[in-house]
Design a protein around this ligand. Structure first.
Ligand SMILES: [Zn+2]
Length: 162
């Protein structure tokens, strides 16, 4: 399929070139004759056939590029769809954990145990939505985090239920 499409483009270019050559030859042939009546067959045979080839070649190129555009467009749409889906799951995840967070805090305690995710100056529950996008957080025991200068996150309030 892809190979065929490529062939179509090459064929179109070849047709165009052949057409131009025919037009040129027809023109040249016509120019070698002085009187108009003997020019006409050359112009008709070379010119018309050449023009026909150029038109066919042009159509092949257009069809080929259209097909390419369609493939590219489909790829772009797939990329876009993937990005949208990723965005959808990314925005759905905080909403889900956001609605779950109050329940976890009010409930029987932090299910994540004593491990927290520590940033430069604060520490979070491992499931905190605020650190989802952060890469500079590292696992740390709650006791270590509390002993350090870090402050507990006000959103996920790690260790509050302890
Ligand atoms: Zn947090």
């Amino acid at each position: 399929m892809n190979r065929f499409a490529k062939l179509g483009g090459v064929l179109g270019i070849v047709y165009c070139i052949a057409g131009f050559v025919l037009v040129f030859l027809g023109w040249n042939g016509a120019a070698t004759y002085d009187n108009e009546s003997s020019q006409i067959p050359y112009l008709i045979s070379g010119g018309v056939a050449g023009l026909a080839l150029v038109v066919v070649g042009g159509a092949l190129i257009v069809a080929h590029s259209l097909r390419n555009d369609r493939v590219e467009l489909r790829g772009a749409i797939d990329d876009l769809r993937g990005a949208v889906e990723q965005l959808g799951t990314a925005s759905a995840a905080p909403a889900a954990s956001g609605s779950g967070a109050p329940g976890r805090i009010a409930g029987t305690g932090n299910v994540d145990g004593d491990v927290v995710m520590a940033g430069a100056d604060s520490y979070h529950s491992p499931s905190c939505t605020l650190i989802e996008a952060q890469t500079d957080v590292a696992p740390m025991s709650l006791a270590d985090a509390q002993a350090s200068d870090r402050v507990p996150c006000r959103v996920c309030t790690p260790g509050v239920s302890e």
